[in-house]
Design a protein around this ligand. Structure first.
Ligand code: URA
Length: 433
């Protein structure tokens, strides 16, 4: 078999056989197939697509390129959750303890921030002492004791995806449904949970900018999950506007704790409850309505918040910061941006706001950058809200005073104030099962 012939085949829109996909991925991981040939293949896939069978096969081979985690040491049904990434998306911090408090098991490996989107591991590491690297035994033990453990991805989980993702990032081939679906689902299959809840974001701050593409991506991933024997459901949720009011690592932890304490923003609470209810449904805790009631109760009786605190302590973290937010390291510089005119917020570009948070220090400019956990933004007005000239729109937080001027300029460009009140988008567009 020759990679040259496989590239030619795909260039003409033909489907690759199972054996060809295995040859290609194994050869690429081993280093026998060079980046320049794989780049040509990725671009051919970008233009010509893949059949459902090819995508499923690609996913399976990518999953098996590293460790396939066996979670059988954890009692009960395990449910995983994956978000395709967003700005202010802190729902894992809310859903995971809700599901655990209601008797589900969440053994979750999360990622770091990528570009303008935040990552759960970075958020958790903003809690002083919290360890995101646990041994396999400690990870299983934590889930058995607390019902939940969230850690970072181990180095050998789907190494084919790691290599391919880095190549896609520099060859303009990230935005391709077969490649995104196989990338995400290879990691989910390798991570070993029985059930998978996918949160497919749609809108300006998401990989998928249109609802049609988001639904296509969700259907592709649900089909892969089901074919691999994992119960899989996807929700399509809005990422045109950031979720909640806080963007930045410790800022998002505090806002998530607000929701777990029965407070916090209504949009964040609603999306989190819908995700958590579906996770509970997947592990067989009842009908969707019963699961919703159960999830709400775990917030009202404080059990979800206490479950989160227990997990934090089990992973070496100081949970006193979750009860007294002033104990979090505080950003030394802050600035308020005020409205220059009255009207309504008619545009709020989530991606540009995510990029503003990176400039403030909340994300990584390069792979080597260190994160400023206290940096970020707290929005005071959201899409559709009425504002008066001089009203505070947002507060910026940073440890780099010099970043404030650029961040203010970026924020002002990311939003618009107009005369007509716009119609708000739904929070959840669709459910794919
Ligand atoms: N997240 C992933 O893990 N992979 C992609 O391709 C896109 C988003």
């Amino acid at each position: 078999m020759r990679m040259y012939d496989l590239i030619t085949k795909k260039k003409h829109g033909e489907a690759l056989t199972d054996a060809e996909i295995t040859y290609m991925i194994d050869g690429y991981v081993k280093g026998d197939i060079p980046d320049y040939q794989m780049s040509a293949m990725l671009m051919a896939i970008w233009f010509k697509g893949m059949t459902d069978h090819e995508i499923t096969e690609l996913t399976k081979v990518m999953a098996k390129s590293g460790d396939m985690i066996d979670l059988s040491a954890i009692a009960g049904k395990k449910v995983d959750k994956h978000s395709t990434g967003g700005v202010g998306d802190k729902t894992t911090l809310i859903c995971a303890p809700i599901v655990a408090a209601c008797g589900g098991k969440v053994a979750k490996m999360s990622g770091r921030g990528l570009g303008h989107t935040g990552g759960t591991v970075d958020k958790l590491e903003s809690i002083p002492g919290y360890q995101t690297a646990l041994s396999r035994e400690k990870f299983f033990d934590t889930v058995n004791k607390c019902g939940v453990s969230v850690i970072g991805q181990s180095g050998n989980l789907a190494p084919a995806d790691k290599k391919l993702y880095a190549l896609r990032d520099v060859t303009a081939t990230v935005d391709c449904i077969p490649l995104i679906a196989s990338s995400i689902m290879s990691k989910k299959l390798a991570a070993g949970s029985d059930c998978i809840l996918l949160d497919v974001k749609t809108g300006s701050g998401a990989f998928m900018k249109t609802l049609d593409d988001s639904i296509k991506l969700a259907q592709t991933m649900v089909a892969i999950g089901e074919l691999a024997g994992r119960r899989t459901v996807a929700l399509i949720t809005d990422m045109d506007t950031p979720l909640g009011y806080g963007i930045g690592n410790s800022i998002e932890v505090m806002e998530s704790m607000d929701v777990l304490k029965g407070e916090g923003p209504a949009d964040l609470r609603e999306v989190s409850l819908q995700l958590a209810s579906n996770m509970l449904y997947l592990v067989g805790k009842g009908t969707p309505e019963e699961c919703r009631t159960m999830a709400e109760k775990s917030i009202a009786d404080g059990s979800a918040f206490e479950t989160f605190c227990t997990m934090v302590r089990a992973q070496g973290g100081d949970d006193s910061v979750l009860r007294d937010y002033t104990k979090f390291p505080q950003a030394p510089y802050r600035a308020e941006i005020k409205a220059e005119r009255s009207g309504y917020i008619t545009k709020m570009n989530a991606e540009e706001i995510g990029e503003t948070s990176v400039v403030l220090g909340a994300g990584r400019e390069t792979k080597e950058s260190t994160i400023d956990f206290s940096a970020g933004l707290i929005l005071h007005k959201k899409y559709g809200d009425e504002v008066k000239e001089g009203d505070s729109l947002v507060t910026l937080y940073t440890s780099k005073e010099s970043a404030l001027a650029d961040a203010e300029k970026m924020y002002r460009e990311a939003i618009a104030i107009g005369d007509e009140q716009p119609v708000k988008e739904p929070l959840v567009y669709a459910r794919v099962e």
